[in-house]
Write a protein that binds this ligand. Sequence first.
Ligand SMILES: CC(C)(COP(=O)(O)OP(=O)(O)OC[C@H]1O[C@@H](n2cnc3c(N)ncnc32)[C@H](O)[C@@H]1OP(=O)(O)O)[C@@H](O)C(=O)NCCC(=O)NCCS
Length: 213
Amino acid sequence: MSGWNDLSAASIAPLADSQLQQTVDVLARAFCSNPLNRAVVRSDDPDRCFRSNRHSMRTLLPMARLHGQVLVATLDGKVAGGLVASPPGHFPLPPPPLVDGLHCLLRQGWQVARRWELVFETFEALHPGEPHWYLGILGVVPSARRRGVGAALLSHWLAAADRDGMLAYLETDSEGNLRFYERAGFSLEGETTVLGVRTWRMKRAPAGRRRNY
Ligand SMILES: CC(C)(COP(=O)(O)OP(=O)(O)OC[C@H]1O[C@@H](n2cnc3c(N)ncnc32)[C@H](O)[C@@H]1OP(=O)(O)O)[C@@H](O)C(=O)NCCC(=O)NCCS
């Protein structure tokens, strides 16, 4: 993909059973400093955020693997990042089995779960009308950032969207991420404030339908 620093030594592959726990931890950790995550958990304590996020990831990843796509990046044999996406027609993911959903709710707390629900409902209402691939999660563990791991995951996923000739779509709560996504061909679609946090929606036409950036 043009414009990327392609130095990453990360290997990208679909999530394997043996990587589930590591991937839960990596993704739970990756978002602890993100403004929306902090607004939902209502805490500046990264460990509290991490523990809360683990419950979400443990519930989400098995469902995402069954009904969507979960990619994992490994560096030196360790999970360094992950990506969760929904193919066209598979968003939103079906709810988790009742027991898993209740377990998550009890561990995370009703208020946190309610705020996540509000975030998801707000974003869901703003999805594009046309069929699209949706990037639900992209996270790299802080110690492995700026080494091209995120770009490698994104590029792997976008290759599928390009093969299908499909639009790709995402939201982000960090202004600093806009440049990262613009380099992959995304452009700004709109801005929404949720729980007092500014978020941006971005979309990317498939390679054949895109101007050169
Ligand atoms: C956003 C995120 C996934 C990026 O992951 P990453 O592995 O750091 O991404 P990359 O290394 O591929 O690229 C990040 C930047 O590092 C630069 N970079 C890549 N390899 C580099 C290297 N070897 N040396 C220096 N810089 C490098 C890239 O050019 C890019 O610069 P840009 O921001 O100006 O575009 C990561 O920061 C993250 O997990 N953030 C928290 C969660 C989040 O916000 N996720 C996105 C949700 S939508």
